[in-house]
Each structure stands twice: as C-alpha cells, then as structure tokens.
Design a protein around this ligand. Structure first.
Ligand SMILES: [Zn+2]
Length: 321
C-alpha cells in the first residue's frame, strides 16, 4: 500500500506543497524530558510559550513549514508541538524513528526488538498517529497528528549494528507508507555508508535527507552524494562555534555551480536554550531566514536558487514534486 502523495501530514492536518512556504528542514521546537535533557540540561526546550515566541519570529520573517526532528523516546511531545503550531499558524512535521543511541538509556527497547517489530511501530505512527506516550508506556495513546517521516542516526565514523537494524525497519516503513527518511549524520561522517544501507533497504536516495553535512564541508563528498540523488541538509548558519559562515556560503556556491542546487536544504537545528532569544540566548530560531537568507541574497544567490533551497528541494524530499 502506498499513501497518495499530493499532501503531507502536518500538525495542521494534510497540506499541499502550496501551503508549505519556505521550509526549515531541521529544527527542534520541543525537547521535553527523556535522557536527552538529563545528560544536557541546555537541550531542555519544554515551554510552549517560548516555542510560540520563537516560531512567531520565524513566521514574521517569512518562514513556513518547520520539520521538527526530535523523535519518540528522547523528548518528543506531540501535543506541545501541535499547540505551538496552532497558536502560530505554522505547520510542523512530527518525526517518528530514532535519534542517536547516546540519547537513550543503554537498555532501550530499540536494541532488543527486531526490525519487523520496530517497522510496525513506525508504520502505525505514520498511518494512524504519533503515540503521545512515545512508546515508553504500556498504553498507546495516539494523537490525531500523524508522523510524516522516519529519522535514523549514524554515529561518528561508524554505523552500529542497532543502526543497521533500524535502517532495515525504516526501509520496511518506507515500502509500506512511501514516507521519507531523515538521517542524523555525526559531523557528516559515514554518510555514504548510511546512504548505501538505506538504498539496500529499499529507500531511494531521492527520499533521503542527510543532515548536518556542512559540518564536513567537503565538496567532492557532497557532489558524490548529490549525484546519487540524496538531499543534503546544512545548518551551521549563526552557529559560529562550528565554522564561520563563509565556509558554508562557498560550499553552497560550489554545489550550485556544479549543478546540484536541487539537492540542498537549510535547517536551523537550534536545539538548545542558549540558541533561543526567548531563553536569553542567540541567534534565535528565525536567524536562518531573517539574517542568513539576506546575506545569501547580498552575496549573489538568485531568487530561483533560494526558492529551490527553501521550498522545491524539501518538497521533493517529501515526495510531493
Ligand atoms: Zn537536530
């Protein structure tokens, strides 16, 4: 069975591409509990009010759909995502799937269940609704909001046995639902191996988003991945601790000039209190559109190039082109 793909399932219901606007392809609006915030308190984004404040700035700067990337078991709260979305009118995509294993206790069920069992849990979130209890409780309580994609995560330079199994589960879920896959890469490493494994599991590269690739801004690697059809997500703007912005601007220009402007996506990935102005930090969730977009325009990126990055490319990843 394959789901008709003229719309995407958002917190505001199914929407066509024309309602999605400029898309933030990798973001975190709520991180509410889980081992994630025990390990790193700065990750705790639990306030709906502060989420509304940041997403309002994003909308006022011209932003549209936001792809939230915190899956179950590590801080997802589908009801809070829906409240932020309804209050701001900004649609949000809710993920199913898995963050990197270090964000869960080492005895998490992902390490024990087989791929088929895990695939069924993913498929139910994609077709029936995200579990409010995040598959952490003996009771499943489905939201009306369905998950729109499956997340899997690589580690630094390696793909573990558990990740290989989760990729098989993602492949089964893709076969059944047609939903895309979003991949956390650790600093852009192991990206080719992750893409090989996904392709082997039946997910076409053109339905795969490889995230954080600009933390390894290696043009020849990026060209190889783009030639296979994968989407490359960049999210270091404003996060100067990773690298100064000219590195990313040069990479994007090089990718576009090499003919791969149709594979590039931008995300904020502002997953810390210290990144949000609402918590007294910076540069703020709206930065990529209110500041970095302007910089790209000043530095010669054309309207058509920016439309591809902000809209057409993420819409393609969703399978709506
Ligand atoms: Zn992230």
């Amino acid at each position: 069975m394959s789901v008709p793909s003229s719309t995407v399932q958002t917190t505001l219901g199914p929407l066509p591409p024309s309602a999605l606007g400029r898309i933030n392809a990798h973001e975190h609006l709520i991180i509410d509990g889980g081992y994630t915030v025990v390990k790193e308190p700065d990750f705790r984004l639990d306030s709906v009010e502060k989420g509304i404040e940041e997403v309002t700035s994003w909308r006022e700067a011209g932003g549209g759909l936001i792809v939230d990337t915190m899956p179950f078991g590590c801080g997802r709260n589908v009801d809070k995502l829906e409240r932020i979305s309804r209050a701001t009118g900004v649609p949000v995509l809710v993920p199913s799937g898995f963050q990197k294993a270090s964000y869960y206790l080492p005895d998490h069920w992902q390490h024990r269940f087989d791929a088929q069992t895990i695939a069924e849990l993913l498929i139910d979130e994609l077709l029936l609704g995200a579990d409010r209890n995040n598959y952490d409780a003996p009771i499943i309580d489905r939201s009306e909001v369905r998950a729109a994609f499956v997340k899997v995560a690589g580690d630094y330079q390696v793909v573990t046995a558990t990740t290989r199994k989760l990729i098989l589960a993602a492949g089964l879920a893709h076969a059944q639902t047609g939903m895309p896959v979003l991949v956390h890469t650790e600093m852009g490493t192991a990206a080719e191996e992750l893409l090989d494994l996904l392709e082997g599991a039946g997910v076409p590269p053109a339905r795969v988003m490889l995230c954080h690739m600009d933390r390894n801004p290696d043009p020849s690697l990026h060209v190889r991945l783009a030639l296979r059809g994968a989407y490359l997500e960049y999210d270091t703007p404003g996060r100067i601790k990773y690298q100064p912005e000219p590195v990313l601007l040069r990479l994007m220009r090089e990718m576009i000039d090499a003919g791969h402007g149709d594979r590039l996506l931008l995300g904020g990935d502002t997953a810390r209190r210290s990144y949000w102005r609402a918590y007294g930090g910076g540069p703020g969730l709206d930065y990529i559109i209110s500041v970095f977009d302007q910089r790209m325009r000043r530095e010669g990126f054309s309207a058509a190039e920016l439309d591809a990055i902000w809209h057409h490319n993420p819409v393609g990843w969703l399978g709506l082109n």
